[in-house]
Design a protein around this ligand. Structure first.
Ligand SMILES: Nc1ncnc2c1ncn2[C@@H]1O[C@H](COP(=O)(O)OP(=O)(O)OP(=O)(O)O)[C@@H](O)[C@H]1O
Ligand SMILES: [Mg+2]
Length: 504
């Protein structure tokens, strides 16, 4: 690894070398940020941390160059160099762990920015801060960073081959923004980002490109799996799931809205928007179950090592799109990986069927951050905060499964049965009254008494009234009766007619 060169600032131009701490290098080289979504969400979260009200991401048409543009506080050369001349940790929370507008800062590790090296060869930054007339313009050459150490050392000091070089330009004093260009996007990432490969040949409606948020919402409501969308769209959804953007309008039925209002509002209060190719990113969570077929439970926990709150939602039937099945943990509003579909290691055998009906979200407090692995996707499962969270969640989840079974499964089944009995009773009443008319009241009354019981008495006998007969059972019963009460020539006619009618 090369020593950082003296970055000679001569007011106008500067250059320097990037030194990446060994801890970071290990993680970078493990291919953590291979997925373009994992890299883009880091840049969006940086905009959020910079108190931007909006981050605009431009990927299309061919993803050869990606732009991320925000109206945040910006950064100056000193901040840039402190970070880039030795990437080993984040200084973001040195002074405060919330932004001036009160957002809990997501950045912690000091790796997000450099993660871009996984998807492009070059990164160009323009940034300016309010109250400063300096515009930082710097280019980072990742290709050079990837060169073997020995080669880098021999070139040390060579301006042309610096890892970064730049200049200070001028900007109006009241402007503040950061504009990042990812240039020479690498082949595989470019294909994914541009959605060059549709999921399967001939598939239609596979892209979310250019759709309005409301249309995307509707598409998500009817989707079995994100994998039926192209890579471009899946990347978009991956970014949207992670970053602190709001829930869509009508993301859940009115019946459950009130219960989830706190969650909805607390995200909206952060006041952060992200646009992806001109369309607002919204949480890709749309829960369509109507009241009778779905249920929500909110949960809260304050333990010794961690506190959390969240919600669980279940609907009758397998949850769609399948990506939402599971539990998603958020720390400081950013997601930790994706939905965990085994509910943090919950026993698979318990309520197996109903587990597939559930999606949940947990917002944990800062103490869980300590359990976060550097990949930001996983938690150390031996960490006391995680252990405690998991145990608590499993208790809640187990109770919820019981409720789901009762409310969405057992109870509706009993209701459906009662309904069937009531319908059948009504039909039998009609039969009895038709018999009364044709053969006299006494005969009709005997039917009513046998099957329906006197009015105002108990319910009709459920077992009797909903009994089902097979064709042979029906014949055996009717034939026995015909033999006993009809003379043979009438019995023959009766049987022929019965067969004709039953065959329809
Ligand atoms: N959009 C931006 N606006 C202003 N400053 C930024 C922006 N993006 C990055 N920075 C600065 O660059 C630094 C490095 O960002 P990076 O994402 O690598 O680390 P981090 O956010 O501090 O930690 P983490 O790796 O956990 O995200 C930030 O701490 C911040 O000072
Ligand atoms: Mg960051």
């Amino acid at each position: 690894m090369a020593e950082p060169s003296d970055s000679s600032v001569d007011h106008r131009t500067f250059h320097g070398q990037i030194l990446v701490g060994s801890r970071i290098i290990d993680y970078l080289s493990s291919g953590l940020y291979k997925s373009p979504a994992a890299c883009l969400k880091e840049l969006v979260n940086n905009s959020y941390d910079a108190d931007a009200t909006v981050a605009r991401i431009l990927v299309k048409p061919d993803a050869d160059r990606i732009i991320i543009d925000d109206d945040g506080v910006g950064m100056d050369l000193e901040t840039f160099e402190r970070h880039f001349s030795k990437i080993s940790e984040s200084h973001k929370r040195d002074d405060s762990d919330v932004t001036p507008s009160g957002r809990p800062k997501i950045g912690k590790i000091g790796i997000g920015f450099i993660a871009a090296n996984e998807i492009c060869e070059e990164m160009e930054i323009f940034s300016t801060c309010e109250g400063s007339s300096e515009l930082l313009h710097v280019t980072i050459d990742f290709a050079r960073m990837r060169e073997p150490q020995a080669q880098r050392r021999s070139d040390e000091g060579d301006y042309a081959k610096g890892d970064y070089y730049g200049e200070i330009l001028e900007a109006p004093i009241d402007e503040h923004y950061t504009r990042i260009f990812l240039k020479r996007v690498r082949g595989e990432a470019r294909d994914i980002l541009a959605g060059a490969k549709p999921p399967h040949a001939g598939a239609r409606d596979t892209s979310l490109y250019g759709l309005k948020p409301a249309t995307i919402r509707d598409r998500l409501a009817n989707l079995t799996s994100w994998s039926s969308l192209d890579d471009y769209s899946q990347t978009r959804l991956g970014v949207a799931l992670n970053v602190p953007v709001r829930y869509p309008d009508d993301w859940v039925s009115e019946d459950h809205r009130e219960q989830l209002q706190d969650f909805e509002e607390s995200v909206a209060r952060l006041g952060f928007r992200a646009e992806y190719d001109g369309t607002d990113l919204e949480r890709p969570v749309v829960l369509t179950g109507p009241k009778a077929n779905s249920m929500v439970k909110t949960v809260e926990f304050a333990g010794n090592h961690v506190a959390a709150k969240g919600w669980l939602y279940a609907q009758h039937g397998t949850l769609r799109p399948e990506e939402l099945n599971g539990v998603l943990i958020r720390i400081r509003n950013a997601a930790v990986g994706e939905y965990n579909d085994d509910f943090l290691g919950f026993p698979h055998a318990e309520g197996t069927l109903f587990q597939r009906w559930i999606t949940a979200e947990l917002y944990a407090d800062d103490r869980l951050e300590d359990a976060l692995n550097i990949d930001r996707r996983t938690l150390r499962d031996t960490h006391p905060a995680y252990v405690e969270l998991r145990q608590w969640f499993h208790e809640e989840f187990s109770g919820f499964l019981t409720d789901v079974r009762r409310v969405l499964y057992t109870k509706p089944a009993a209701q459906r049965k009662r309904q069937r009995v009531a319908t059948e009773a009504r039909r039998m009443e009609e039969v009895a009254s038709a018999v009364s008319e044709d053969y006299g009241k006494a005969t009709g009354a005997r039917i009513a008494e046998a099957w329906l019981l006197p009015q105002g008495a108990r319910q009709p006998n459920e077992r009797l009234i909903s009994r089902k007969y097979s064709v042979s059972e029906l014949y055996r019963t009717v034939l026995a009766v015909a033999r006993e009460v009809l003379p043979p020539h009438l019995a023959r006619r009766f049987i022929d007619e019965l067969t004709r009618r039953l065959r329809g």
